[in-house]
Unconditional design. Structure first.
Length: 193
């Protein structure tokens, strides 16, 4: 016996209707008629987030290689871990852009302008930690705003951004803890000889 006709659950489509809608505009992939968000705006926001993650990856990598001093080894390991996680975020964002039938923008021209966070080189360990913490705080605010914008219109993108947000908050806490340790330690002064 075929299971067709009205759905027995209020608010749910019957099987025949689901199947029929799935066949409409099949070339659009994941974008079905129930997708309620403004796709072009979502793609723009995701590409801005992608640029932000790429800039953060580059900044963390530079700081990993440039960090020096007594306290640098532990901080360098954290910078490298954060760089790898930021790259993972970029990959997830690029995948979602493609799922939404968009094109991830990896063009290096304009990357810094598309990014919400800045690329700041820094010369001291303290400055590096501070600038990375500022960038994480920018990312946190950006992701919170994007999540609020999406509301219930794109639950898949919203969940992705929420998972990235949780990791950015973890990064900010890591950096804040490091900053308290590094800032509390007085600089070594040369002894006159």
């Amino acid at each position: 016996m075929k299971h067709e006709g009205k759905s027995k659950t209020p608010g749910m489509s019957d099987i025949a209707t689901l199947r029929q809608r799935a066949r409409e505009h099949v070339e659009k992939g994941a974008i079905t008629s129930s997708y309620a968000a403004d796709r072009e705006t979502v793609l723009r926001l995701l590409n801005e987030a992608l640029a932000t993650e790429l800039v953060c990856t580059l900044r963390y990598r530079r700081h990993f290689y440039m960090a020096e001093g007594v306290q640098a080894e532990a901080v360098k390991r954290e910078f490298l871990e954060h760089a790898q996680e930021e790259q993972e975020h970029a990959d997830l964002l690029a995948q979602r852009i493609v799922q939404l039938d968009g094109m991830p923008n990896f063009d290096p021209h304009g990357l810094a302008e598309r990014s919400h966070a800045e690329y700041v080189e820094c010369s001291t360990l303290d400055e590096m930690i501070r600038e990375n913490l500022v960038a994480e705080r920018v990312a946190i605010e950006s992701y919170k705003e994007m999540i609020g914008y999406l509301g219930h219109d794109d639950p898949t993108t919203k969940r992705l951004l929420e998972s990235i947000l949780a990791k950015e908050e973890e990064h900010a806490e890591d950096l804040s803890s490091m900053l308290r340790v590094v800032a509390a330690r007085p600089a070594l002064k040369a002894v006159p000889g």
